[in-house]
Design a protein. Structure first.
Length: 325
């Protein structure tokens, strides 16, 4: 190990380290802190937790009045801090087993290294891109992945959202507050979004759904000017003039830093059992980075609570403190 990294290695070993500061990670932190574990939560600035970008949350139990994602996450953080959870910002680049102790995991950030006896991965997911030639070049110039971040820049403009799930329909409904017209482009003939959202979109006079269509090209040099739409049924192509395109076609799990350390499915989502245990003893996973997650705030919280609870049991076992059955 380079001397520079040795100098920045934490001398203490945490009971548990949590990677991710979304609902799953913060719920795990609350339960771990309440369980008297010495806990460190590592939060990454990018990619930010998807819930922070949510403009309105109304399906989380106990919220009579809707709130936004940022406010909800701040409440979670305040609660975690009451239980002495430590916070550290940084990008995790590698997770590996410690050479000194088989029950210790080493977490490498870009400029620091930490050791822990258990690990909870709640690193979430990021937006999937269309993969079109002009997509990256026009990012921030009309191509966006966050309606809350960029919607107000396109007030009284014609814009489009591509996708048909809950996230895409929610984005279209939010953008309809600002835009002159919102085109919701979906490759099929019905939306995947839950019924209440789908009906709201259909009832909104400013939203027009374009069925059975995919985007073949994003047009514009300095900014988005139009997209070329291909009808998947008859292969016809037409141009649609736009000022902005919001992409909401799914997510990719943030698990690249794990390499082949633990078992993941073909899409990169971490495989766990019902106790959130992964293929490596002492490593747990929770939330959107986990295979078969419903990818809702309430289930992410449940995952985090479960992961922390079983991490406590795991630590008791390896330390010979487990209760007899």
């Amino acid at each position: 190990m380079p001397v520079s990294r040795l100098l920045k290695m934490s001398k203490q070993i945490y009971d548990t380290i949590i990677i991710g500061s979304g609902p799953a990670g913060l719920s795990a932190a609350i339960y771990a802190g309440r369980g008297a574990l010495k806990t460190l939560l590592i939060e990454c600035a990018m990619p930010v937790s998807q819930v922070v970008l949510a403009d309105a949350i109304e399906n989380y139990p106990g919220l009579v009045e809707s709130t936004n994602g940022f406010e909800l996450i701040e409440r979670f953080k305040s609660q975690a801090k009451k239980f002495a959870v430590e916070f550290q910002s940084g990008k995790v680049v590698k997770v590996s087993s410690s050479a000194e102790d088989k029950n210790t995991w080493q977490i490498d950030l870009e400029d620091k290294t930490y050791l822990t006896n258990s690990l909870i991965i709640a690193s979430g997911s990021r937006h999937r891109q269309l993969g079109l030639p002009q997509e990256e070049a026009l990012r921030g110039k009309g191509v966006s992945y966050c309606a809350v971040c960029d919607g107000a820049f396109f007030r009284d403009k014609d814009i489009a959202v591509v996708g048909g799930g809950d996230a895409a329909v929610s984005e279209a409904l939010y953008l309809a507050r600002f835009a002159k017209k919102v085109f919701l482009i979906h490759r099929r003939d019905r939306l995947r979004a839950e019924a209440v959202l789908a009906q709201r979109a259909k009832d909104n006079e400013k939203i027009e759904i374009i069925w059975d269509s995919v985007i073949e090209e994003i047009k514009g040099k300095e900014k988005v000017e139009a997209v070329a739409l291909k009808n998947v049924k008859d292969s016809s192509i037409k141009d649609l003039a736009l000022s902005a395109l919001f992409v909401s076609i799914g997510y990719i799990p943030n698990t690249d830093f794990l390499a082949s350390l633990i078992k993941c499915d073909k899409a990169g989502y971490i495989i766990t059992d019902e106790a959130m245990r992964t293929s490596e003893a002492g490593i747990f996973a929770a939330g959107d980075c986990r295979a078969n997650s419903l990818r809702q705030i309430v289930t992410a919280c449940a995952d985090g609570a479960t992961a922390a609870s079983y991490a406590i049991k795991y630590l008791d076992e390896i330390r010979g403190q487990a209760y007899d059955k």
